[in-house]
Design a binder for this molecule. Structure first.
Ligand code: PMT
Length: 400
């Protein structure tokens, strides 16, 4: 039986050409045993008729916030309470903006504001609209509020252009939605994750650091938590909100991160090292601010402890996943790190001015002994979910 059986789904259909796929989506959700009630926005109604969606869902389609019939019993509140999940597919650029702003001037946005259940959006728009900073800011806001973003996929678009912005295909959407109702693949596990940069003091006001924003590590924490794990996140200095349900420990230097990881790793089943840890630190951190008195200044650096290697070397250590940040020879260097540090898995990414660090998107090349998988360019949250699924599979196999 599908995990969608008897689930109550409010399907929001907004103004995008992909609205034609919503008809098939309703059918497939009902085939999986779900009960579907459709909320159609004014924009959505320009692309698909209420009659089509009504016939397929077997329920009246609701369209208006202040409609005397549907609002007689506070329809938006009733819908918000009824839903086990709200899926907006397609979600146009405009609907993402309206959701991010917290508007409540149509039925769909009002239902989303009134609900405590999970809201999922499946974006569908031209690839330039998707890539626009305004849309990406809206996506970021929604992710931070716990909204799940499914897709978009890349490929040919209705406008004749090519790129990321297509709504996920119906099968992929139904499968992704069903995973929300399955017991998490990491249920019952404790996962320890490092994230962000470290800062190595030169004097009281200066440090050696790097460009890690923490986005990848925080996305891993969010994905592991969503997959049912109890997550502890040891983070260097970053400007990110703690993912809901995750316990966070803030550190500054590599040595502090090392100490915190070794303190907490005894309880962990899985360790994921996403942090960009400084390999070296100044041998001496000056007690007072260094004055600009000399023409040249030489800093002596000493090696920092390798946290990942230390965890992998533990006798009864956790399943250990490293990251590898590489500017060249990605696969070869990652393979060497996998073997040299005796890791269970490594996720390698290209880094450079526009890649890996700081960006919202990333691409990963995942290796383990006897296997490999490429995870193509996608939002770090999307990638993290896919990587967590891979980790869960390999972890379960290691226990058999
Ligand atoms: O934070 P973002 O802006 O989102 O960027 C994400 C990222 C690029 C930082 C991330 O995806 C990533 O690649 N993290 C690993 C960065 C890194 O330090 O790679 P490395 O190849 O130098 O180190 C290999 C592994 O050893 C990493 O898992 C690292 O956490 C670990 N390590 C390294 C040195 C050290 N002293 N201790 C460690 O544990």
């Amino acid at each position: 039986m599908s995990s969608l059986a008897n689930k109550r789904i409010v399907l929001g259909v907004t103004g995008s050409i992909a609205a034609y796929k919503s008809a098939e989506l309703v059918r497939r959700l009902r085939d999986a045993g779900a009960r579907v009630r459709v909320v159609l926005t004014d924009g959505g109604a320009k692309f698909i008729t209420p009659l089509t969606l009504q016939s397929l869902s077997g329920q009246p389609v609701q369209q208006h916030l202040l409609d005397a019939g549907s609002e007689a019993n506070f329809g938006h509140i009733e819908l918000a309470r009824w839903a086990d999940v709200i899926l907006i597919a397609p979600a146009s650029a405009n609907s993402l903006a309206r959701l991010a702003r917290g508007q409540a001037d149509d039925l769909l946005t009002a239902v989303c504001l009134a609900t405590t259940t999970t809201v999922v959006v499946a974006p569908a728009m031209n690839h330039r609209m998707w890539a626009h900073a305004a849309t990406q800011d809206n996506v970021k806001t929604l992710l931070q509020r716990g909204v799940k973003i499914f897709g978009p996929a890349a490929g040919d678009q209705a406008c004749g252009e090519t790129g990321p912005g297509r709504m996920l295909e119906t099968d992929a959407l139904v499968t992704a939605l069903a995973t929300l109702f399955k017991p998490g693949t990491l249920s019952g596990t404790r996962v320890l994750i490092t994230a962000g940069p470290t800062q190595e003091a030169i004097d009281p006001v200066r440090f050696i650091g790097n460009r890690s924003s923490g986005k990848m590590g925080f996305a891993m924490a969010r994905a592991a938590q969503e997959a049912g794990a109890q997550v502890t996140l040891v983070s260097g200095p970053v400007a990110l909100a703690t993912p809901e349900g995750v316990s966070r420990i803030d550190v500054r230097s590599a040595r502090q991160m090392h100490d915190m990881v070794l303190r907490h790793v005894v309880d962990a089943d899985i360790f994921i090292a996403t942090a960009a840890v400084a390999d070296y630190r100044p041998k001496f951190a000056a007690q007072e601010k260094i004055k600009k008195s000399r023409e040249e200044l030489t800093l002596d650096l000493v090696r920092n402890p390798d946290i990942l290697a230390a965890v992998a070397a533990l006798k009864t250590g956790p399943f250990t996943v490293g990251f590898a940040a590489e500017t060249h020879n990605l696969e070869k260097n990652a393979q060497e790190k996998l073997l040299a540090k005796s890791l269970d898995m490594i996720a390698a990414n290209h880094v450079g001015p526009q890649q890996g660090f700081e960006q919202d998107d990333n691409a990963l090349f995942v290796l383990w002994r006897g296997g490999r998988q490429e995870l193509g360019l996608a939002h770090k949250d999307v990638l993290a979910r896919a990587l967590v699924e891979l980790i869960a599979q390999r972890y379960r196999q290691s226990k058999q």
